[in-house]
Design a protein around this ligand. Sequence first.
Ligand code: T3D
Length: 261
Amino acid sequence: ESDTVLSALEAGVLRLTLNRPDKLNAFNEEMHLALRAGFERAHSDDTVRAVLLTGAGRGFSAGQDLGDRDPRNHGAPDLGHTIETFYNPLLRLIRSLEKPIVCAVNGVAAGAGANIAFACDITIAARSARFIQAFAKIGLVPDSGGTWSLPRLIGEARAKALALTAEPLDAETAANWGLIWRAVNDAALMDEACALAARLAAGPTKGLGMTKRAIQAAAVNSFDEQLELERDLQRQAGRSGDYAEGVTAFLDKRKPEFKGR
Ligand code: T3D
């Protein structure tokens, strides 16, 4: 067990807290493996019905720990290998998890830290948080899906300007541009994020998971392919216990009690 990621399961919400606050939660190999283990648990454990990802201390994550990349100690690294070994598996776990992921960006999110936040399903940021495509400052290319998610979320013009200049973007602007869901007062961040994650965890998990899958598939599908996907997913959703419960509760004029099945 590593303390670089704190993990707690409560009422169906798996809270994962990046925990290297002295380094603004920069990623070293240990934190990578611990976060991956958290998301693998979210995949395999049926009692997990939503994930809440956040950071300890004043930052969300400053991306790769550059202390592990000092060219004077390490020479020229094969970053393709580190991306394939550490970042890409994490991003695939986030996108393929058929359960909602809420990201609470408590402070600065730079490099891979920013793009991991953009890969989550609902991202809320403290008003004081900033997002920085820091890659350009050190001669790298945006990774962790950034070159895919940025143009889709905010268009090519804004994506290029952010990535080429590495200028910080404040949370309010990120929300206005549609890069994140909402910017909230710093003091309210964790209450809002926890309430949202709890609400999602009490929801019809199968239906929510398939909704996530369908919306992501739209990025590559034609309209007709998407209509067919909706048909197939609706067929599955219509056979779920939560659908039966949802309709019964509506007709009985009571609140539904979803079981996630
Ligand atoms: O390598 C590969 O495998 C390829 C993958 C790459 C993915 C990437 O993410 S590349 C991008 C890496 N990240 C960066 O370039 C960001 C570097 N950090 C910063 O630019 C700034 O720290 C921030 C803008 C994020 C925050 O600035 P500020 O002024 O609020 O804080 P600070 O004073 O710079 O940082 C506080 C401490 O955290 C400081 O340590 P100290 O001096 O108190 O002992 C600083 O060195 C440390 N820290 C911050 N970011 C990193 C870091 N230490 C290691 N690696 C970091 N990325």
